[in-house]
Design a protein around this ligand. Structure first.
Ligand code: GLY
Length: 403
């Protein structure tokens, strides 16, 4: 336990955080959108009760196939298992409806065994979006312990020679790291604050630095997958798995990078991460292939734009990230981020994306793309689209608080 260095980190964070909010005028929220958001929360609570009623007792929702009217589910080991309980907890914070809390708690019981899962890098998604929100909603020593154990399990995948947490297991000469992995670092920052052990913090910072060095192109778009030599740490391949091409910009990957480097700045107050997040935001927002309504195509370089499918999940993640990033930047950047997030929320709240109550298998949003090249989860609802949409709406509501 390295209490001294953690104390130092904390003092640094506190003193930086006093000055980290950039100076800009309060953002004028759109009254109509605020009303829409209130009504979205009410509808969502109804939708999730519908979803809850169709869910087999030992399963987690994954997606819904409209053509065969089937709810697809998973076991707790699927990377998305934390989003359903996480969404229920966010909704509970809004509605105080105990039914939602009870269902969340039921799912946490099913999920908790994953705290010992060392075969996935997705523990941040799985455990922090669920138990992290539970700990924020109703702090309990048991939740804290699950999160600490999860952070320990995730840390076992760190290779100091590479300077990264391994994403996907593969052959022994491969060490695959995907941009999505930036999203798992928030759990490690939480663990250092909770335990005083700075090793989690150091792993997160090292992973982010290595990612910054190798995952990004000069225009600040990112590759999806980097394959490192596990012995030497050299880069062996830069490629895609879920994007259109190795050299394309897969939309959700850009969204994960934007969100991940925004969290890096929040947790470290190191300006290089703020600059990185800002450059990623520029790539996204100034991209000629970003539609006016700002919900991206599933890949910024999809061959059939403007007829390519949109990815609502990428839109929701980008909106949520921009609403945080705007707090750290001065105007006019901040105003642009808030306005862009507002446009995304307005788009996702229209009838193209927002499901009517009682439809869409109980999910909130339609039209996300999971894995286009694998023809899996294409143009469907997804748990993480719903989760980040709710998070973004809550961030929008609270935009002028904490100033
Ligand atoms: N982390 C997997 C995905 O974004 O599809």
């Amino acid at each position: 336990m390295k209490i001294r260095s953690v104390f130092f980190i904390n003092v640094l964070s506190i003193s930086f955080s006093l000055s980290c909010f950039a100076q800009h005028t309060s953002f004028k929220q759109d009254k109509n959108l605020l009303q829409t958001i209130s009504s979205n929360f009410k509808n969502t609570a109804t939708q999730y009760q519908f979803l809850m009623n169709n869910l087999p007792p030992d399963k987690f929702p994954k997606t819904y196939q409209l053509n065969i009217n089937t709810l697809e589910t998973s076991k707790s080991g699927w990377w998305c298992s934390g989003f359903y309980p996480g969404t229920l907890l966010l909704l509970y914070q809004q509605t105080k409806d105990k039914l939602l809390l009870n269902e969340a708690n039921r799912m946490l019981d099913l999920l908790q065994k994953e705290q010992y899962n060392k075969n996935t890098h997705d523990l941040g998604f799985m455990m922090y979006c669920s138990f992290g929100n539970a700990e924020k909603t109703e702090p309990k020593p048991a939740y804290k312990q699950v999160l600490i154990n999860s952070a320990k399990s995730l840390s076992t995948r760190f290779n100091p020679k590479v300077g990264c947490i391994k994403s996907w297991d593969s052959k022994p000469t491969d060490f695959l790291v995907i941009i999505d992995n930036m999203m798992n670092l928030e759990l490690l920052f939480w663990a250092t604050k909770a335990t005083g052990d700075s090793s989690f913090y150091k792993i997160a910072v090292t992973h982010a630095n290595t990612t910054m060095k190798n995952h990004f192109r000069p225009d600040c778009s990112s590759y999806h997958v980097i394959n490192y030599n596990p012995e030497t740490g050299t880069v062996q391949q830069k490629k895609t798995a879920q994007g259109y091409a190795d050299e394309s910009a897969w939309a959700r990957g850009q969204a994960w990078g934007l969100y991940g480097f925004t969290v890096m700045y929040r947790e470290t107050k190191d300006k290089k991460y703020l600059d990185q997040a800002t450059r990623i935001a520029s790539f996204i927002l100034q991209n000629p292939n970003l539609p006016k309504d700002k919900v991206p195509y599933w890949d910024f370089n999809a061959p059939n734009i403007p007829d390519a499918l949109r990815d609502a999940s990428a839109g929701a993640i980008i909106a949520s990230a921009l609403l945080e990033l705007g707090k750290y930047e001065p105007d006019p950047l901040a105003a642009n981020y808030f306005k862009s997030a507002e446009t995304i929320l307005q788009t996702l709240s229209n009838s193209t994306y927002l499901a009517k109550p009682g439809t869409n298998g109980g999910f909130i949003l339609e039209h996300s793309v999971g894995n286009f090249p694998a023809k899996s989860e294409v143009n469907v609802p997804l748990t993480y689209a719903d989760y980040y949409f709710l998070e973004a709406m809550m961030r929008y509501q609270n935009l002028n608080k904490n100033k």
